[in-house]
Ligand binder design. Sequence first.
Ligand code: BV8
Length: 251
Amino acid sequence: MGPASLIQSLRDAQRIVALTGAGISAESGLATFRAAQTGLWSKFKPEDLATADAFRRNPKLIWDWYAWRREQALKAEPNAGHLALAEMEKRAPQFLLVTQNVDGLHSRAGSQNIVELHGNVHRALCSENNCSSDNFDVEHGRCRSCGANLRPDVVWFGEMLPPAALQTAIAAAEKCDAFFSIGTSSIVYPAADLWRRAAEHGAIVIEINKDLTPLTPMASYSFLGKAGEFLPELVTAVWDKKKIHESSGAD
Ligand code: BV8
C-alpha cells in the first residue's frame, strides 16, 4: 500500500489514536529513555532507576534524578512533532493521544485529549500516605504532613498503570480506524500491546520511528525517520491538501 492510500485512509478515518514514546521529545533535546544519559547520570541505567526498589534503597538519589529530568523537561520546548499531533487532534473527527512520556511536552504543545500511561514528572506523591500536595516540600522531597519522602507521580517498572488511563487507551485502540506508534521502542508493556488491539479490530497501524522496532515488520506502514520532520509533512499532505482540494473544487 503506497503513501497515496495512506493519505486517503487518514482522510477517511473517523477515529485516530496516536501512541508516543520518548522519541517524540528527542528533537526537543530530551534524551530518550534508553539513550545514554548525560552528565552525572551517565553511570546509571534508567531501567535500574525507574523502580520502586531503587527508590526504597536510595530515595534521595531517585528524587534527585527526577528533579533533574523535571528541570530538563521545563527547559525544553515542544517540537514540530508535538505540534503536528496537536494539529492532527484539531483535524481528525475523533483523536486520542496516548503517551508513555512523563515530560509534559504534549500539553504544552496544545494537545488536549491526552492519556498519560506512565504519569507525569511534574506531579509528586507522598510515598507513604495519600497526603495532599499542598503540603509538599518539593525542594527537599519531603511531605510536610507526615514526614515521608516524596516520589514522582510516575509509573515505575513492576507498578500498575493508572487503571482509568489504561482502560481509556485500550477502549480507544479497539475502536480506532488508524493507530500511530511514534518514537517508541515498542518494548514496554502494556503500552506496547495497544497497536495489536487496534490491528485486531481492523485499524491501519502506522509506525514513525528513527530505528527499527519489534513493531516495524507488523505495521501497515513504517516510516524510518524523525517524528519532527515526518509528522508535519503528513498532517499537511492529509488535511491541508484536502482543504485546498475542496475549496478549488478540483476533482
Ligand atoms: C507492569 C515512567 C505489572 C518512569 C516507564 C519481562 C521482564 C521484566 C518486566 C517485564 C517483562 N515483561 C513485561 C514486563 C513488565 C514491564 C515491561 O514491559 N518491561 C519491559 C522492559 C520488558 N512493564 C512494567 O513493569 C509496567 N507495569 O507491567 O506491571 C503489574 C501488573 C499488575 C499488578 C502489578 C504490576 C510498567 C511500565 C512503565 C514503566 N515506566 N516510565 C520514567 O519515565 O522514569 S517506562 C519507560 O519506557 C518510559 O516511560 C518510556 O516512555 C517507556 C518506553 O520507552 P520509549 O518511550 O519507547 O523510549 P526508548 O528510549 O525505549 O525508545 C525511544 C525510541 O524513539 C527509539 O526507538 C528511537 O529509535 C526513537 N527515536 C529517537 N529519536 C527519534 C525517534 N523516533 C522518531 N523521531 C526521533 N527524533
